[in-house]
Design a protein around this ligand. Structure first.
Ligand SMILES: Nc1ccn([C@@H]2O[C@H](COP(=O)(O)OP(=O)(O)OP(=O)(O)O)[C@@H](O)[C@H]2O)c(=O)n1
Ligand SMILES: C[C@](O)(CO)[C@H](O)COP(=O)(O)O
Length: 357
């Protein structure tokens, strides 16, 4: 997972805008789930080595009613490939039968044995290959069928068969998740492309005899519950509105219309889970949320920790990001007359910059 989203899903989302079909290859039992909702072909099994997996994918594409003319082979472990890198490869395929993105080597390269340098490799003309690597589909398929020996990338097949392979500009952001520190580097790439957004929610529900009082996802002992179409959890409703507001996606009523019988007496936890999913689906994450319940009674303080934990659980974030507090209105207004409970919430989220002004 990378900022709440599977690495492979991020890689697929990076490629999807540029391709006609996307075929995942791999044996991770979670692969299909990780790509749920994306317009991708059913995954095919990987092989013992990289080249076996690539060949499995190519053979599956060859069985399509209309096999592709061009193919991009991309590492699922490169989730942050910039769009311009993908486009660089596609553009160069108009004039080359093989293209790879790469970044020039700028460090001095040493060869070592048993921790001792045995050679300094001249770095002029050295490049660090990346993906997606692009090829004429028929050429790559034929070479994979006839050359089964292991290679660490697909371009090597064409090079060794004498086919020229072009290099186009890659990116230092196009990190391949290989070691633990790559995860922090990738989070840095994602965070650098995120912008902060804030949202505010406000909601009120009247007290009603004979109903349970559900607040911020937990039942609070009290003489009355709150009136409402769902379980009337005013704390969760205001938090949902704050999240939808931060995303500029309307409010809880737009997503779960009170006129829709499906939501009658619904556990409001369902609504907050959706709001949290929307943050992740937009490629972002929740920085923090602060909920304030406004009522004379019941006393919220004794339940605040349980509420924080429940909200954090539903939003799949650390409880340190969630605040729940309360205040009276000094006996003033409808809350002061104990006619109902009001609630406000503010959230801060980080989401990818859409580039819109
Ligand atoms: N339904 C409520 C209302 C208030 N409190 C707690 O009671 C304290 C006192 O609340 P209040 O009387 O509203 O005073 P404050 O708003 O905190 O402070 P002030 O009197 O300055 O407005 C608050 O800190 C809050 O933690 C609570 O647990 N449950
Ligand atoms: C294809 C590649 O990303 C080019 O740098 C690299 O060779 C993949 O290596 P891996 O061992 O399959 O991750």
């Amino acid at each position: 997972m990378l900022r709440g989203k599977p690495v492979i899903r991020r890689a697929a989302e990076a490629l999807l805008p540029h391709v006609d079909v996307l075929l995942p290859v791999g044996d991770d039992p979670l692969l299909a789930d990780s790509l749920e909702g994306l317009d991708v072909m059913p995954p095919v099994s990987g092989g013992a080595e990289r080249h076996d997996s690539v060949r499995n994918g190519l053979e599956a594409l060859a069985k399509l009613p209309e096999p592709p003319d061009l193919v991009l082979v991309h590492d699922g472990a490169r989730p942050c490939v910039p769009a311009e890198v993908v486009q660089n490869v596609i553009n160069a395929l108009k004039t080359h039968e093989g293209v790879i993105p790469a970044v020039a080597v700028i460090d001095t390269i040493k060869k070592a044995k048993d921790g001792i340098i045995i050679d300094t490799v001249p770095r002029d003309g050295l490049w660090r290959a990346q993906t997606p690597q692009g090829f004429r589909f028929g050429t790559l398929l034929e070479l994979h069928r006839t050359h089964r020996d292991a290679r660490t990338d697909d371009a090597a097949l064409l090079e060794q068969a004498g086919h020229p392979v072009a290099i186009v500009e890659g990116s230092e952001d196009n990190i391949k998740l290989t070691v633990a520190e790559d995860l922090m580097r990738l989070e840095g790439v994602i965070d650098r492309n995120l912008l902060p957004r804030v949202g505010l929610g406000y909601d009120v529900h009247a007290f009603e005899e004979g109903r349970k009082l559900i607040l911020c996802g937990i039942e609070v002992p009290h003489t009355k519950g709150l009136a409402g179409h769902s379980d009337a959890d005013v704390g969760i409703h205001t938090l949902c509105d704050a999240i939808y507001g931060a995303l500029a996606e309307g409010d809880i009523g737009r997503h779960f219309p009170p006129s829709d019988n499906e939501w009658k007496d619904m556990d409001s936890a369902r609504f907050l889970v959706h709001a949290g999913e929307r943050i992740r689906e937009r490629g972002g994450f929740l920085v923090n949320a602060d909920v304030t319940l406004i009522c004379e009674r019941p006393k919220i303080g004794p339940h605040a920790e349980a509420m924080r934990n429940r909200l954090a659980e539903l939003l799949k974030v650390s409880v340190s990001r969630i605040s729940v507090k309360a205040t009276t209105s000094e006996r003033l207004g409808f809350t002061g007359r104990e006619e109902g409970i009001a609630a406000t919430a503010t959230v801060s989220i980080m989401v990818p910059d859409t580039g819109e002004a």
